[in-house]
Design a protein around this ligand. Structure first.
Ligand code: SF4
Length: 352
């Protein structure tokens, strides 16, 4: 997904929706990428040609555009948001919705807010301060297979719940909340090849595969979420002689040197910051989500219950881009692991 920081000229927009006098959209685009989304038309007005769900523009100055004083919105219905979700994962870092809500309180609107994310819970302290507030949290389905199909960008809560239960039942381990980044598989190709053939997604790659080579580590060829099923899903036809099982560390070099055409990478590889490759969009959502969560032994947590609170700020605090950045710092030798950890704690304000 691409993210751009932009400024906007206005943020409270008069609405034609029957239930809202005004709407506020802190972001343009929506990473939830719901198949049924009615808001795709926004691409026409914002100059985006990418697939809906693959871009988000962050309206950095949005909170500053809320007037400090005005009687205009008193008693009027103001709705967040009509063409995005006000609690996209990016909101964890940018906090635009939170700032907007804070500034709306003195204007005394009737607030309506709708989301598919439990991040809204973070702002309950602010929502309580509105005289009239109607907040909605949509959970479309508890079936993760269906969720992936229709709302591929929403949080895979069911997977998380199953993993949590399995770790507890089988190993007496406690799985804490996800740190927010998804370290899954992806296909990477050289930028030159991608541009020359207008390849942006795994599906775009399919017509070329009979003439291409493919490299991945050994385990990728033995997994259900690996090579064979990926080829079936996307209709890939790599010739047997062009398929290479290789060491992880060689993949990026081999792409750069033209020895491999397509390589399987991880979405948080530090090399993504260094090598000029294009990571293809998994447009059929074949690869599962692999979110990172701290795991603690139950007996340790019983003995030191304060660990849970100490680790709570890690929840949803790191994006894939952040992980690429830190992996690159360590992988390139610019920082050792202790220094990177110290920097990480500082950057994400994880200690008092
Ligand atoms: S959450 Fe709403 S705006 Fe976002 S993609 Fe889904 S339907 Fe569209």
């Amino acid at each position: 997904m691409t993210t751009a920081e932009i400024t906007t000229r206005s943020i409270i927009t008069k609405s034609n929706l029957p239930e809202a006098d005004y709407v506020i959209n802190p972001y343009t685009g929506c990473s939830h990428a719901c198949r049924y989304c009615y808001a795709r038309f926004m691409k026409r007005f914002t100059g985006h040609s990418e697939p809906w769900g693959s871009f988000v523009d962050v309206k950095l100055n949005a909170p500053d555009l809320i007037p400090e004083k005005s009687g205009k919105y008193r008693g009027k219905s103001v709705f967040l948001s009509s063409v995005t979700d006000p609690y996209l994962p990016l909101e964890k870092n940018y906090g635009l919705t939170r700032q907007i809500l804070e500034r709306l309180i003195p204007l005394e609107p009737r607030l309506g807010i709708q989301t598919k994310s439990d991040l809204i819970v973070r702002d309950i302290d602010i929502l309580k301060q509105f005289e009239v507030c109607e907040a909605g949290l949509t959970i479309t389905t508890l079936d993760d297979a269906i969720r992936k199909e229709i709302e591929p960008g929403t949080a895979p809560q069911t997977t998380y719940d199953l993993a949590k239960k399995g770790f507890k039942d089988e190993f007496d381990l406690v799985v804490l909340e996800s740190m927010g980044f998804n370290n899954t598989y992806a296909n990477a190709i050289s930028r030159e090849f991608a541009i020359a053939n207008n390849i942006k997604t795994n599906s775009d790659l399919a017509p070329f595969t009979s003439g291409l080579s493919y490299g991945a580590e050994h385990s990728f060829f033995d997994r259900a979420d690996g090579f064979e099923n990926m080829c079936l899903t996307y209709g890939y036809n790599f010739p047997e002689k062009n398929i290479v099982k290789m060491d992880v560390s060689l993949k990026y070099q081999s792409l750069r040197q033209g020895q491999m055409d397509v390589c399987c990478v991880y979405t948080t590889d530090g090399e993504l910051a260094e090598f000029d490759v294009v990571v293809l969009e998994d447009d059929k959502h074949f690869f599962p989500a692999y979110y990172c969560c701290p795991v603690i032994r139950q007996d340790t947590l019983d003995k030191y219950p304060q660990i849970r609170e100490a680790l709570a700020p890690l929840k949803d605090c790191v994006s894939e881009a952040d992980m690429v950045r830190y992996n690159a710092l360590i992988g390139s030798g610019k920082m050792d692991i202790p220094s990177a950890a110290e920097e990480f704690i500082k950057e994400f304000k994880l200690m008092g």
